[in-house]
Design a protein around this ligand. Structure first.
Ligand SMILES: C[S@@+](CC[C@H](N)C(=O)[O-])C[C@H]1O[C@@H](n2cnc3c(N)ncnc32)[C@H](O)[C@@H]1O
Length: 353
């Protein structure tokens, strides 16, 4: 009991530390922008004390459920402390060095600065952009080395806690629909896996399961491979491809997760990804999608959603936050559709009949 309280305290302290670093980073970078490039500062509505209170409360609630689900055995408590800390520390100065080029892009409204050596025919047109002003878009090792730290800073250290929210509905769905199947015979796919942070969480929760990750970015997949396939744990398979139309056989997976992809897709592509998930899942297969909360989810946070697409280049976000994902899921044939919210993330779960 005493040991558990101590671990919880350590977890809360770690989260608080990450939160403070995120806030300090954003405050310092805004001050520098005010001094050097005031024209790069986006017009946003100010965060009121009431909103700040609600945000802090939502983060506390997220941390509480993150702790409770670890205590309930959905994943090991050690996962709450896991991250490539040394890599992140080593790469953190690069985030600062990269900033002037993101300011320039913001001022000049240049959102299609992709490395010239990239064969554009291999990617859908909507993908060839600097989402959130990311240097090289998703298409370089440089971008891949900064991405995780930038997301941690953006969400004040809560990114992995939000990603972990896919684990409980995933385990519950699998236990219900595939109760007789040994976990080593299960196949789970993480679509748009990026640098593999969700796969990292899944690997801890499903140590023996066959895990596959798919993404359009070869550079991000290389980064994922470095993090995932370097120890004693089972090999994770990584595939470069489009989540709208994968090169994989139908009914290949017992479950699919997809985290933080949908807000970066045009409406039609969101439709296609859901249909592709339906095709890839076995009968009774489980789909878990996690992405930004939407406009109707929280009247308090509407302003945060509005500020988000003013600050970052997120061309499909406005459409996404108004999209009816539930009806897309049911039109594609999914049933048992449910959703829950955790801080800035909404998690949908659905089953293939
Ligand atoms: C915001 S990142 C999320 C990455 C990861 N799931 C996470 O939680 O950090 C979006 C990812 O989606 C990938 N992506 C975007 N469109 C895609 C598509 N049509 N097919 C496959 N991957 C795609 C990008 O390369 C990028 O890695």
């Amino acid at each position: 009991m005493a040991e558990s309280s101590l671990t919880k305290f350590a977890y809360q302290a770690l989260q608080q530390g990450k939160g403070l670093i995120g806030i300090a980073h954003k405050e310092i970078s805004t001050k520098i922008m005010e001094l050097i490039v005031p024209q790069a500062i986006p017009e946003t509505s100010p965060v009121t004390p009431e909103l700040l209170f609600e945000l802090r409360k939502a983060i506390k609630d997220l941390e509480e459920i993150d702790w409770i689900e670890a205590e309930n055995g959905f994943y090991p408590k050690s996962l709450l402390f896991e991250a490539p800390w040394f890599e992140w520390l080593k790469n953190y100065p690069l985030v600062w060095l990269d900033m002037p080029s993101t300011w320039k892009r913001r001022i000049k409204r240049k959102y299609q600065e992709i490395p010239i050596e990239i064969n554009k025919e291999k990617y859908p047109e909507y993908y060839l952009q600097n989402f959130h002003h990311q240097t090289d878009g998703y298409l370089s090792d440089h971008s891949a080395s900064l991405y995780d730290i930038q997301v941690e800073i953006l969400f004040n250290g809560t990114a992995d806690a939000m990603r972990r929210r896919v684990i409980a509905p995933l385990k519950k769905g699998i236990n219900l629909n595939f109760s007789g199947t040994d976990t080593s015979n299960l196949k789970i796919m993480d679509l748009a896996t990026g640098t593999g942070r969700t796969l990292q969480q899944l690997r801890a929760a499903f140590p023996k399961t066959e895990l596959t990750g798919l993404d359009l970015s070869g550079a991000y997949l290389k980064q994922a491979s470095r993090y995932l396939n370097n120890g004693e744990s089972e090999l994770v398979q990584l595939i470069q491809g489009n989540a709208e139309k994968t090169p994989l056989l139908k009914e290949s997976f017992h479950a699919i997760t997809c985290v933080f992809l949908f807000h970066e897709l045009p409406n039609k592509a969101r439709d296609n990804v859901i249909k592709e998930c339906f095709r890839l899942l076995k009968s009774k297969g489980v789909l878990i999608i996690a992405d930004s909360i939407q406009i109707n989810d929280s009247s308090e946070f509407v302003q945060v959603l509005d500020n988000f697409h003013r600050i970052f280049h997120e061309p499909y976000y406005k459409d996404y936050i108004q999209d009816n994902i539930e009806s897309k899921l049911s039109e594609s044939g999914f049933t048992s559709i449910k959703s829950d919210k955790y801080f800035m993330t909404k998690v949908w779960s659905a089953c293939k009949p």
